[in-house]
Design a protein around this ligand. Structure first.
Ligand SMILES: [Zn+2]
Ligand SMILES: [Zn+2]
Length: 176
């Protein structure tokens, strides 16, 4: 996976959103603020209750896509998410590198977020396959992830979960 593209970092935003504690509205605002680099400077990150609830819905849809177990389910859920997107690409070099953004710069935070997440996730699914999305295998963790490893061998959402599971497996072996 070419990991330097805007699309592949947008999918990381989608995964972060799916795994976030979003309790609207405060949790949503915290999420937006901690991902402030994704929004055009000057975008209001304080949302109405209605928009905050929509962010939580987008998060749930991303999660649904990641959890889908058949291509048909992936398509249905991905298309549901895409109906919420309002793509209007534009070229920018705001960070020094020429690249495309998916949402128009003056869109609301909700529209920028939903569009970026839906387009980023879709790009990765159609280019690299929906099997690249999964749910963490660690006990007690239900975070989703996108597998960007060369051989598609990822099973955990984070290094923390991976090492926690290794330790647990080691202890289980010691007991027997
Ligand atoms: Zn950018
Ligand atoms: Zn995990």
């Amino acid at each position: 996976m070419n990991y330097d593209t805007y699309g592949s970092s947008a999918v990381e935003l989608a995964i972060d959103l799916a795994n976030a504690e979003l309790d609207p509205p405060a949790g949503v605002e915290t999420f937006l603020t901690s991902h402030g680099e994704w929004f055009t400077a000057g975008t209001t990150l304080k949302l109405s209750d209605r928009d905050a609830a929509s962010v939580a819905r987008t998060s749930a849809l991303v999660r649904d896509v990641a959890l889908a177990e058949t291509q048909d389910d992936v398509l249905t859920r991905l298309n549901e998410l895409l109906t919420l997107a309002r793509p209007r690409p534009y070229a920018t070099d705001h960070d020094g590198e020429l690249h495309l953004h998916y949402a128009r710069p003056d869109a609301s935070a909700l529209e920028q977020l939903t569009t970026t997440v839906a387009m980023g996730l879709s790009q990765v699914v159609v280019q690299h396959g929906w099997e690249r999305l999964g749910v963490c295998s660690a006990e007690g963790c239900d975070n989703v992830y996108v597998d960007t490893s060369r051989n598609a061998s990822r099973r955990y959402c984070s290094n923390t979960c991976a090492s926690r599971s290794t330790v647990a497996a080691y202890r289980a072996r010691q007991k027997t």
